[in-house]
Design a protein around this ligand. Structure first.
Ligand code: KG4
Ligand code: ZN
Length: 344
């Protein structure tokens, strides 16, 4: 199939409604992201029913804004891509149904994108040197996993993943324990700047065990016990706990990524997902990259968190490989990306 030139991407897997227009799989003509922080802040976390209702109101305006910013008319679109999952099904359905409807009306191909493939492709967009084979570390609010991406045709093999909480979820929960504002990850990272990262020796979960799995629930419990011990917390306590937690949480990510790169004899790494925006993780991984001699690619922070450029980019590639979906495609809340290394 001739690769589509102008592709509209739509992302609505969680609490962001996003639309983007991409030309030739690389050139970003427009990228709009509408968050819902004000809607969910009073609850301290995303309320699925509120997220999907908000998406219903914003999907058309966000798509229209993206097209207007790109200066592209609906009739010029060659294809539409939308996230099909994993995520909140009510949220996914809004962007997916809108995307399918639009493609049907325009008579252009439609493709449903796996959210994590989108995140990984965002790193490939960020640096042309990132070519297969490479190791992909996905760190977000819902996922923490390591992949080996073997070929240009995007064939991910899952090396390991979290056994309990995702790292972003741990950031958000620890932020809540510390009384920091919603959304927790960025707030915790800001609070940590004033703290001493070695103030508290939090456990490095699964350190010293073989393999590539992660675990964050024990670390979260250790933080809770420390917070209870120190309560009421001074500003200094908050900063020190935040910095010590952030260091423990990110150390494990660096250690696991280094192990995968070494074991697989690969010298290219992509770090993607919301937590890839974290400064301490970026600095620690770049220091390791320098020491070990590998290339570490992080998308720009705005493309680490959920966006639709990654969906349009992944969709363009899938269509170029001849993969289009029927309008029967359904949203899915869970589905692993790629084959498991153990199964293979
Ligand atoms: O990829 P993303 O936007 O949504 C998911 O697919 O989950 O990731 C959101 C997660 C949240 O847990 C958020 O707290 C975290 O990424 N996050 C951060 C930072 N920015 C976002 N965590 C640590 N430091 C940051 N600067
Ligand atoms: Zn995401």
């Amino acid at each position: 199939m001739q690769p589509p030139s102008l592709v509209l991407g739509i992302e609505s897997s969680c609490d962001e409604m996003a639309a983007a227009v991409l030309r030739d799989g690389r050139e970003i003509l427009a990228s709009c992201v509408r968050g819902q922080d004000d809607t969910h802040a009073p609850y301290g976390g995303v309320v699925p029913e509120l997220a999907s209702r908000d998406h219903l109101r914003s999907v058309a305006p966000v798509v229209e804004t993206a097209l207007a910013e790109a200066g592209v008319g609906l009739a010029e679109l060659d294809a539409v891509a939308a996230t099909a999952g994993p995520g909140l099904v009510g949220s996914l359905l809004v962007g997916l149904s809108y995307g399918k409807g639009l493609a049907y009306r325009l008579g252009v191909p439609f493709v449903g994108v796996h959210h994590l493939e989108g995140h990984l492709v965002s790193a490939e967009l960020a640096d042309v040197r990132l070519v297969a084979p490479y190791i992909g570390l996905v760190v977000s609010g819902g996922h923490t996993a390591l992949y080996r991406i073997d070929s240009e045709a995007f064939a991910p093999v899952r090396l390991g993943e979290t056994r309990d909480d995702a790292v972003g979820e741990a950031f958000d929960k620890v932020a809540k324990l510390l009384g920091l504002p919603y959304p927790g990850g960025p707030a915790l990272s800001r609070a940590a700047e004033a703290g001493d990262p070695s103030a508290i020796a939090f456990p490095r979960p699964l350190a010293g065990t073989p393999g590539y799995d992660f675990s964050y629930s024990g670390l979260k419990t250790a933080v809770r016990l420390e917070v209870e011990k120190r309560s009421p917390l001074s500003e200094r306590d908050v900063a020190d706990v935040a910095a010590s937690f952030e260091t423990a949480a990110t150390d494990v990510l660096v250690a696991r990524a280094r192990r995968a790169l070494r074991d697989e004899a690969i010298a290219r790494l992509a770090v993607v997902g919301g937590v890839a925006a974290n400064r301490r993780l970026r600095d620690a991984m770049q220091a390791a990259a320098k020491r070990d001699g590998f290339l570490a690619v992080f998308p720009p922070p705005a493309f680490c968190t959920d966006n639709a450029v990654m969906v349009a980019a992944a969709g363009t590639r899938m269509l170029a490989r001849g993969r289009a979906d029927s309008f029967d495609l359904e949203a899915f809340s869970r589905r692993p990306l790629g084959a498991s290394a153990e199964a293979g």
